[in-house]
Design a protein around this ligand. Structure first.
Ligand code: ZN
Length: 323
């Protein structure tokens, strides 16, 4: 069996495909393609297939050098049958991605969700490789988490455990994409932070960030970082506010679950030390004293690659559970 496999991270804005050495976690080659929601499922499938061919070519390999394919998608997954049931950000429903890719490449295909694969990546080769009990929390467009207990992911009764983004932090507060109000991700996700900045600028607040904005383009993490480095009052205020809410969510996790460690990932956590440090400082203050003293925080270590590395190891992980 080859030590190389293909990992695919299918998110709301991009598909990232990599050839990964499963023994070392090394990304041998990768291909990133932007996805657009309005282009339809057929185009999306074609993009995924093309990205696999390109990644193989860049690695100067052939499909014969690959042991299997793993894919994680941002949505609800039927893990057993390899079907993406519902993925509103990707616009596919009941998509049997397993059978499509198996037919095309004649390799076994394993399907999981995006947070699951990123957690597996961190568990094998990232911040979680020395621990068996931890929670991985990813702050991105939304906020999701993977729960690892005794080296195994906990999925819950319906496979949806870890939806920390929908912990309620403000009763009757801001509306959330899930239909409820006051959910954590309406306050502390990257999208929520972007919305707060855009809203404040529309109301006439001054900010250094306007110097970096491009017309009709979303606010990037690098722009937030630049404004923060220039001590921009508005950006500091909005990050502080988001950190306060995120810390409340983390304190709930610490008090309820008493994990050994929390790993924090996602672009904002990765790039902005201030946001990371500020969040964990408040989380410790808000938690009960005993678990707060014990808890260890770490940043996710694989950055953008935690998902593809975990997807490439999905087969190894699932097979390890059978033993
Ligand atoms: Zn919600």
């Amino acid at each position: 069996m080859s030590k190389y496999s293909i990992g695919i991270d299918l998110g709301g804005t991009k598909v990232l495909t990599a050839i990964v050495n499963k023994e070392t976690g090394e990304v041998v080659s990768y291909e990133k393609k932007k996805t657009k929601k309005d282009k339809g499922t057929e185009k999306l499938i074609q993009k995924i297939i093309n990205s696999i061919y390109i990644a193989i070519e860049q690695a100067q390999m052939s499909i014969e050098d690959i042991s299997e394919i793993g894919i994680g998608a941002a949505g609800q997954i039927d893990r057993k049958n390899g079907i993406i049931l519902n993925a509103p950000n990707i616009e596919c429903e009941n998509l049997n991605i397993k059978s499509i890719l198996e037919k095309e490449f004649n390799k076994a295909v394993y399907v999981g969700n995006d947070v699951e694969i990123a957690t597996i990546g961190e568990m094998y080769f990232g911040a979680g490789k020395k621990n068996k009990d931890f929670v991985c929390i990813f702050v991105g467009t939304g906020i999701g988490s993977g729960i690892v207990q005794d080296g195994r992911l906990r999925y819950g009764a319906t496979g949806t455990a870890g939806e920390i983004g929908h912990i309620m932090v403000d009763l009757g507060g801001r509306p959330c994409g899930c239909g409820a109000c006051g959910c954590l991700e309406a306050y502390a996700s990257r999208l929520a932070i972007e919305k707060r900045i855009t809203g404040a600028l529309k109301k006439g607040r001054q900010s250094d960030i306007v110097n970096y904005l491009e017309e009709n383009k979303p606010i990037k993490t690098s722009m937030i970082k630049k404004a923060l480095d220039n001590n921009d009052e508005l950006v500091i205020q909005i990050l502080n506010e988001a950190a306060e809410y995120l810390a409340s969510g983390l304190a709930s996790v610490i008090n309820f679950y008493n994990p050994e460690m929390i790993i924090l990932g996602g672009g904002l956590m990765d790039a902005i030390d201030y946001f990371y440090e500020h969040t964990i400082r408040i989380a410790k203050i808000k938690s009960l004293p005993v678990p707060a003293q014990y808890i260890e925080f770490k940043k996710a270590q694989l950055g953008d690659f935690s998902g593809v590395v975990g997807a490439a190891l999905l087969a190894n992980y699932r097979n390890s559970l059978k033993n």
